[in-house]
Write a protein that binds this ligand. Sequence first.
Ligand code: MG
Length: 376
Amino acid sequence: MERFAAIIVAAGRGARSGRDGPKQWEPLLGKRVIDWSVQAFLTHPRLEQLVVVTDVAPKQAALPDAVVVVAGGETRSASVRAGLQALAVPDDMHVLIHDAARPGLSHKVIDALIEALGAADGAAPALAVSDALKDTRGGTLATVPRDTLRRVQTPQAFRKRSIEAALAGEHSYVDDLEAVEASGAHVQLVPGDPALHKITYPEDFDLVARLLSPPLSTPRVGKGFDVHGFEPGDHVTLCGVQIPHSAKLQGHSDADAAWHALTDAILGAVALGDIGDHFPPSDPKWKGADSAIFLKEAQQLAAARGFALTSCDITIICEAPKVKPHREAMRQRTADLLGLPLDTVSVKATTTEGLGFTGRREGIAAEAVAVLAPMP
Ligand code: MG
């Protein structure tokens, strides 16, 4: 695929956006609106040069060094002319001209535009119109046939010499495609992207933020860690399974370090604090409590947030008792309690080679990772 140059027009004053300054410099999900488009172009492997047209001073614009910053003109077309003049690329190179107010630019759209230019002088992304359209002229509502209408977005792509020729003179166009069409050239539409929604009105910021947020299907991951020391006794409880041993684990509840770690992992995945926040050891209610209560409650709290536990991995760290003979029973008990398929519950064990407090047989440590998926 051929290389291309890009111009981002960011000279608009954004009078309708309801914000203090022009909308392209406003924050959106952790960066400025314009940074989204700058990043989309700069990360494309075939980009030759990027020009940003803006009335903001280059130093104030604080764009990456690779970006050429030039001042805009009185009209949109004049700003595009200024951007074209700043390009140091061959006359037959593709040029993509983009509005900074459309931050949802993807490499997929860029690639489709460049491909379309193989057989056309101009190309732009466009979407069909799904709403009914009414013409309100004369105080009556006349339905406008919409089947042949398209909503045209940016970037719009051209051979550099075609757009330069089309924009020669002083005329100002609604968009660059109009200028090239007016010159009689062949233009082609490629599938548009709803994420390319233009920020025009105040409510557009929220809409675009939703469109550009990571998909809701993103899983959540949480991690937990717990330690309990030994005291005189005859068994320990790990993952709800009683294992005969020469000591027991010390704790307010049944001291099931493995399930405590898993409880913390689940709470961590949905950022709901830790086991101590929900079941304070100071509360006599939890004295000698079965840790199954904590684990089930964490699972239910996550579910109330819209996330289902889908898999977990527990590691128990101790020299003794030997965990391996009880491992399958621990997996089964955990899977049964949480209503999970057995193959999504992992229990592992390790020693610390005689080192540290677990090596000195002073207690047992446990780690857990939990993966939660958004519920449909
Ligand atoms: Mg604990």
